[in-house]
Design a protein around this ligand. Structure first.
Ligand SMILES: Nc1ncnc2c1ncn2[C@@H]1O[C@H](COP(=O)(O)OP(=O)(O)OP(=O)(O)O)[C@@H](O)[C@H]1O
Ligand SMILES: [Mg+2]
Length: 409
């Protein structure tokens, strides 16, 4: 099988690892993972490329591994974008419906309304990555999800606009293209992760996704089924590792290995008083009181959760949020969900991407949430492209079916 149109590939360029996951839509209409590739991320951090050559090498390695597993070439990718250079805002656009005689709203009217919403003051040096319609208003009727075919004179759309720093965006694009890959689309990583791990009902009820990775924490708030706020914090699991390394006077590698194996950020979870052994910088063994070590992690995680709480509060949506879903590699730190629940004063659950069959068990890990979500988003976009007309649209529902079959319920 080497038909590109049958494959959907997600490429997650993280601070710690580059991940490539490829899937196909099988004969039964299900998504099937066919290839997974990982490479340590060198040359980029927090969504910014610092070394083009190293970044490109990491991409080539991850894609080559996924290609070997899939047994076919992977050329077209959906790329995740994140980092502190990303900004977002809500905007709205208004147009007059073009069909003056029948006043029926067309796809073209929807597009014109979207373009009008995008004509906001985008600061120089920034580029729009995504503009996501939240709801439409036709004349005086608000809260319409899809106005196609409705009758009206005035069409208004509210959108969530995500922009990136032009240079960061261009460097990322050049690295992916330089690895001989064609970018189908760039998608905000928190939106991708949300697609992979959140239930549609959570998005309707009002909830937050937190993707806590190595270098960044991606935040997105959903209400009434659509994204209403997104933000990026330049802090993640690597900051916990660094703090452990400094306080325990050990190397970053030893601190990371210790954190992944024995890490914990909530003293209540400790069963008995113990001491832990961590090698010193020179390699000699040294012991520490368990409570002290947990205290270091608790302090750092609390600091991050405090920033998250501020972001949620300043978004203006705090009161509408009924739950929080945490994913990304750092969500695996024991005690994090409980601590998050205490500090954010909301129910918190861990989010794992959930697919059935094939190689899916390989990606049932919160580090894969973004890559899997990119595939879901890619599938949705390809479906949208192949069903542009109203007639085609009515027979679709495929995307909804995929979601209900393959997402975590
Ligand atoms: N079992 C574990 N316990 C605690 N932390 C973990 C565990 N496994 C991985 N991590 C942490 O998860 C982080 C990496 O997560 P992830 O792979 O989601 O990041 P990334 O996508 O590479 O980076 P980013 O999204 O920030 O650019 C690292 O800081 C790592 O220490
Ligand atoms: Mg990530």
């Amino acid at each position: 099988m080497d038909n590109d149109s049958e494959k959907i590939v997600g490429l997650d360029l993280g601070t710690t690892k580059v991940t490539c996951v490829a899937a196909i839509v099988n004969d039964l209409g299900g998504l099937e993972i066919i290839g997974v590739g990982n490479a340590p991320s060198h040359g980029m951090s927090q969504g910014i490329v610092y070394n083009m050559e190293l970044t490109q090498e990491s991409i080539v390695k991850a894609v080559a591994e996924a290609q070997r597993m899939a047994g076919c070439s992977l050329n077209n990718v959906y790329v995740g974008i994140a980092g502190a250079h990303i900004a977002s805002s809500n905007s709205h656009g208004v147009i007059g419906v073009r069909d003056l005689e029948n006043r029926v709203i067309s796809e073209e009217d929807k597009k014109r309304a979207l373009v009008a919403a995008e004509t906001v003051n985008i600061p120089q040096g920034r580029v729009i990555i995504q503009s996501i319609p939240q709801a439409y208003k036709v004349d005086d009727v608000d809260g319409i999800l899809d106005p196609l075919g409705m009758v009206g004179v005035r069409l208004e759309v509210r959108v969530h606009i995500i922009t990136a720093a032009m240079n960061a965006y261009q460097n990322l694009t050049n690295c992916v293209n330089g690895a001989n890959l064609n970018i189908c689309d760039m998608i905000l990583e928190s939106i991708a992760s949300a697609e992979a791990v959140m239930h549609p009902q959570e998005m309707d009820m009002g909830s937050v996704i937190l993707d806590i990775g190595g270098g960044t924490t991606d935040i997105a708030i959903f209400c009434d089924g659509v994204i209403v706020h997104s933000a990026e914090l330049a802090m993640g699991g690597d900051d916990i590792t660094r703090e452990l390394a400094v306080q325990l006077r050990t190397s970053i590698d030893s601190a990371e290995a210790f954190k992944v194996q024995f890490g914990c950020c909530l003293a209540e979870l400790l069963e008995s008083e113990q001491v832990v052994e961590v090698p010193s910088l020179g390699g000699a063994p040294q012991t520490f009181d368990c409570y002290d070590v947990v205290g270091i992690q608790e302090k750092k995680v609390s600091e991050l959760l405090g920033l998250i709480a501020n972001e949620i509060e300043s978004s203006g949506y705090e009161k509408r949020i009924s739950s929080v879903v945490v994913t990304g590699g750092s969500s695996q730190l024991p005690g994090l969900a409980d601590l998050a629940s205490q500090i954010l004063a909301k129910p918190v659950r861990l989010g794992f991407p959930h697919l059935e069959g094939g190689l899916s068990s390989m990606v049932r890990d919160p580090r894969y949430s973004t890559a899997i979500g990119l595939i879901f988003q890619g599938l949705q976009k390809e479906r949208d492209l192949s069903t542009p007309s109203r007639e085609d649209r009515s027979q679709a529902g495929i995307w909804q079916r995929f979601r209900s079959i393959f997402r975590l319920v």
